[in-house]
Ligand binder design. Structure first.
Ligand SMILES: [Zn+2]
Length: 524
């Protein structure tokens, strides 16, 4: 209630007045959301809260309704970061000990579920640690990991379909396989592909960034799997575990099958790690548009976009504010514009606009929403996610992650055809995009989803490479980039068209028969 009163008194900057020009509206939203004043919008920070107030005021102005008395869904958070660099050592049966050098051999992070770790246990190497019965693949076959620490290569083999590969490379999938077999800890070793994409030095520089999860009713942090991730090991540090076999193992990991046989390492690891833990309060912003069809309006299509970014970090070229202009002020701005395009012409199903927190901390705000939705989750028919559209060129194609797994696929094709935009396959399968944004939290609850990425055609490949190398999660992801706001308008229109298709279809979106994610998570 108090929050709503504050909101009503909130005066908006002149830039926030929007009209019928999509490009100008998106530019105005981004100018506010990516300004230095908001200090990078980190979840739980005052800058994030300012951005949240802005979004709620926009939702009100657009005529969206709150669930209950407020546009805000409180999200209780718990944050952790490493207190120090921790201590890790290996011991051979002879008693000979090996130590590690921080930043060169290993990095460690905070862990809100395990703020004080003291563990000594034998080590077993399990290759990628992939367990995929549909491919008759079990990297744990013949290995006993009970009471031991599992050492696994990061990522998943390249033969897997890109979105399924993304599933198999997530921490929760990999840790669960180890936990189910009785492991007591997990160590992850970088692959050559992984380190090329994300240099180990960057991870070392950011090791004290805050990680987060949401607090359950009992006050404890939610975690999908109860197993501590002890440390990440670099390609250089791998030798200390794998010895003379290291080069052959790393080379085999790069092949399509990535069939690296596991073995008992004959080593014992001792790890000591302490985290600083604090609780924080943040908010998702949620507004909805009632559907026009009396029969279908009890079903909801969610549009999601994360509002948070990574806040203040050690400066790069004297700039410490990570403005997150494309990641994801652009996605929020286009989501608000989609809401405006629906003004006065509601679709048959109802729409929920979810602008969420702590995506950068592990899709936390979306996870909280998907597990604590304001309507029964069975009534959520689909999610359309908007995250980090690269708007520095006039895109002519998009990659529709997840679309072809459900009847979203044909709807997506109709929407793209209307705008003369082509649909392309995933051009960056090593990135594992499908599990790296908010829509994945809906997929985990059985909800079909689609996430559009602007494609590689018409200068896209160059624009992407430039952004990922120079601006991604850096202070230079700001408004000085050559942003093409007309491309933003086109992106909003495309998301509008696919959302309208999904909200107007006679039958709600359904997983395709036998689909990998539909079988894993879908309501049968
Ligand atoms: Zn990001």
């Amino acid at each position: 209630m108090q929050r709503l009163i504050a909101l009503l008194l909130l005066t908006l900057p002149a830039a926030a007045q929007t009209g019928s020009d999509s490009a100008a509206n998106i530019k105005a939203h981004m100018a506010f959301l990516a300004s230095d004043d908001l200090k990078g919008r980190e979840a739980g920070s005052p800058g994030y809260d300012k951005a949240a107030d802005y979004v709620a005021a926009q939702m009100k102005a657009l005529g969206l309704k709150p669930f209950g008395s407020s546009y805000f869904q409180p999200v209780p958070l718990v944050a952790a970061r490493a207190k120090d660099k921790g201590q890790f050592s290996l011991r051979e049966p002879s008693g000979k000990a090996t130590t590690f050098e921080f930043g060169k051999d290993y990095v460690a992070g905070g862990d809100e579920a395990y703020p004080r770790i003291r563990i000594t246990a034998p080590l077993v190497f399990v290759g990628y640690g992939l367990v995929a019965p549909e491919h008759k693949r079990d990297d744990y076959a013949g290995l006993d990991v009970k009471g031991k620490i599992v050492v696994a290569l990061a990522g998943a083999p390249k033969f897997l379909q890109t979105e399924e590969r993304a599933y198999y490379r997530t921490g929760s999938t990999k840790l669960k396989a180890a936990k189910d077999r009785g492991a007591v800890g997990f160590v992850s070793i970088s692959t050559l592909t992984g380190e090329k994409l994300y240099p180990f030095a960057n991870r070392a520089r950011q090791f004290q960034n805050w990680g987060m999860s949401w607090r359950m009713k009992n006050g404890k942090p939610f975690s999908a799997v109860d197993l501590p991730l002890l440390t990440g090991i670099s390609v250089a540090g791998a030798k200390k575990f794998l010895g003379a076999r290291t080069d052959a193992i790393l080379a085999a990991a790069e092949t399509a099958q990535g069939a690296v046989k596991g073995f008992d390492l004959g080593l014992t690891m001792t790890a000591a790690m302490d985290s600083e833990v604090k609780t924080l309060e943040s908010r998702n912003i949620v507004g909805w548009l009632p559907g026009s069809d009396p029969r279908l309006k009890g079903e909801y299509i969610v549009l999601s976009a994360h509002l948070d970014h990574i806040g203040i970090t050690p400066p790069v070229k004297g700039d410490a504010i990570n403005n997150g202009a494309l990641d994801n002020a652009a996605g929020v701005a286009t989501t608000l514009e989609v809401a405006r395009l629906f003004q006065g012409k509601p679709p048959r199903r109802s729409l929920i606009f979810l602008v969420d927190t702590a995506e950068e901390k592990g899709l936390i705000g979306a996870e909280y929403f998907a597990r604590n939705p304001p309507v029964p989750v069975s009534r959520i028919a689909a999610d359309v996610d908007l995250d980090m559209p690269i708007l520095t060129y006039d895109f002519t194609d998009v990659v529709a992650f997840g679309a072809d797994r459900s009847s979203i696929g044909p709807a997506m094709a109709r929407a793209a055809a209307k705008l003369n935009v082509k649909l392309s396959p995933d051009p960056m399968p090593d990135e594992g995009i499908f599990t790296r944004s908010d829509h994945y939290r809906f997929v985990e609850q059985g909800v079909p989803a689609v996430f559009l990425m602007t494609g590689y055609a018409n200068g896209g490949e160059k624009a992407f490479a430039h952004f990922m190398k120079n601006n991604y999660h850096k202070p230079s992801d700001d408004l000085s980039q050559p942003i093409n706001y007309s491309a933003g308008a086109k992106f909003a229109k495309l998301n509008y068209e696919v959302t309208r298709e999904l909200a107007d279809m006679d039958a709600r979106p359904q997983w395709n028969k036998g689909d990998f994610f539909g079988v894993k998570f879908g309501r049968q």
